[in-house]
Design a protein around this ligand. Sequence first.
Ligand code: HXC
Length: 268
Amino acid sequence: MESPFKAEVLKGKVALITGGGSGIGFEISTQFGKHGASIAIMGRRKEVLDLAVSALHSQGIQAVGFEGDVRKQEDAKRVVESTFKHFGRLDILVNAAAGNFLVSAEDLSPNGFRTVMDIDSVGTFTMCHEALKYLKKGGPGRSSSGGGTILNISATLHYTASWYQIHVSAAKAAVDATTRNLALEWGTDYDIRVNGIAPGPISDTPGMSKLAPDEINSRSKDYMPLYKLGEKWDIAMSALYLASDAGKFINGTILIVDGGLWLSRPRH
Ligand code: HXC
């Protein structure tokens, strides 16, 4: 689908996207690139990064991939620094890296719980922490007015409760809390806007193929009138809105992009 945004809304900006090689992260990378940004993507798997970077290049997007695990502070630091060295600035950090699997609370080991907290929650904070120096007003490559912006991708499953997702619910709740607290502290002190996006179920993503049994398309649609799958494009357009000047007065918001699903109830 064609973008409703002008092609230059992110012109001259540099964006670093964790988990940017696949799923929602890759769509955000693509759309940010198509709208003028230079793109650095961070991920654990070299082959995924290489494929993603060549796909971006083939669309005329300036892009580079950096291997790294958001659970490792030294990786976070290195990737943020490499992005700055490569492009000379950093304007937008998108935390899209996430870990997930379905497991009952009874069968989940504390280490399994911790693993997802480490990727989603601690990883998000670590990336923000390492990027602060470059995002704050007056930082390297920036003027004394105007900081950068951060987008944290969470979910809606912690608004209520979700079967076999206790670890992810807890992790995404922490991501949302991190978004709000950084928006307060860094918005005030450094002119950095920090916002989140909470996607509902999005088709053609690693999350959906892992989490949703095949019948979700048929049975759930009957059961929940509002139920439909979103597209990665929907998340990327929301990200464009929040990251561009269109969102310049938006700070500390977590934008739910789920077609209203989380608040729906069965009709009968
Ligand atoms: C139970 C599991 C498990 C599983 C791992 N563990 N997979 N427990 N069921 N399927 C436990 C292990 O037993 C271990 O605990 C601990 O977690 C660490 O496991 P490792 O395999 O060593 O971890 P690691 O190799 O680091 O991999 C972590 C991972 C990650 C979370 C499994 O590889 C991963 O998920 N990758 C896929 C990324 C992904 O799907 N992204 C999309 C996210 S979608 P013990 O106690 O045995 O040591 C998303 C959407 C959410 O976030 C919202 C949807 C609506």
